[in-house]
Design a protein. Structure first.
Length: 208
């Protein structure tokens, strides 16, 4: 499984994505959710559609999760465990996570499950997106913070990883795992910057 851009979707689904975007502009959030969910069942790695989907979910939810929404999220998690046989083996965990989030867009369990499932399916951008949402929902969750840092490092997004791990260290400056990730991110960021600077110097020499 791999991540896919909207313009790479099959024609029918690409047109559906365009309709979803237009519906979002009109504020028709239910339509966006319906169209985007249809796409994500077969292409859970389409991050642009996933972001559109989540924006509509949150817009429809207004000020945050109600008690009823949280309860729906719990029951959706239970249902998703028993409904996995209907999905392909590779996409089942992603679809299960989406079921929980659809019931409650503020479900920490749902976003954690999506992050783990996306990483297992090698959908690294989707994993970063899920970890970021979880960190927003639970900023003091150390596991979520570390998950985000590791996901960013997997994407070679070193500057962002440094920022994310520094946020963890503000709460616990002696966190050994966070300190190790900071060293790794800092070294990799320095190496990357050094390569960029070297390439620039080389290009300047060629011009001379």
């Amino acid at each position: 499984m791999s991540e896919i851009a909207v313009n790479e979707l099959p024609d029918r689904l690409r047109q559906l994505a365009v309709k979803a975007r237009d519906a979002q502009a009109r504020g028709s959030h239910d339509v966006v959710i319906e169209y985007a969910a249809t796409i994500l069942v077969d292409f859970p790695g389409c991050l642009a559609v996933r972001k559109l989907h989540h924006e509509a979910q949150r817009a429809r939810g207004f000020d945050g999760p109600s008690v009823a929404q949280r309860a729906k999220g719990v029951f959706a998690g239970i249902r998703s465990r028993f409904g996995s046989r209907k999905s392909s083996e590779s996409s089942a965990p992603l679809n299960q996570a989406d079921t929980v989030i659809a019931a409650d867009p503020w479900s920490q369990e749902g976003w954690r499950r999506l992050a783990v499932a996306a990483a297992s399916a090698d959908l690294r951008e989707t994993a970063v997106f899920a970890w970021k949402n979880l960190v927003v929902l639970a900023p003091r969750d150390r596991v979520a913070g570390l998950g985000l840092v590791r996901a960013l490092l997997e994407m070679d997004r070193y500057a962002e990883a440094v920022t994310a791990v520094e946020a963890l260290l503000k709460r616990d400056p002696k966190d050994g795992e966070a300190l190790a990730l900071l060293r790794r991110a800092s070294i990799d960021h320095t190496v990357e910057k050094g390569k960029w600077d070297s390439d620039g110097s080389f290009r300047e020499k060629l011009r001379d």
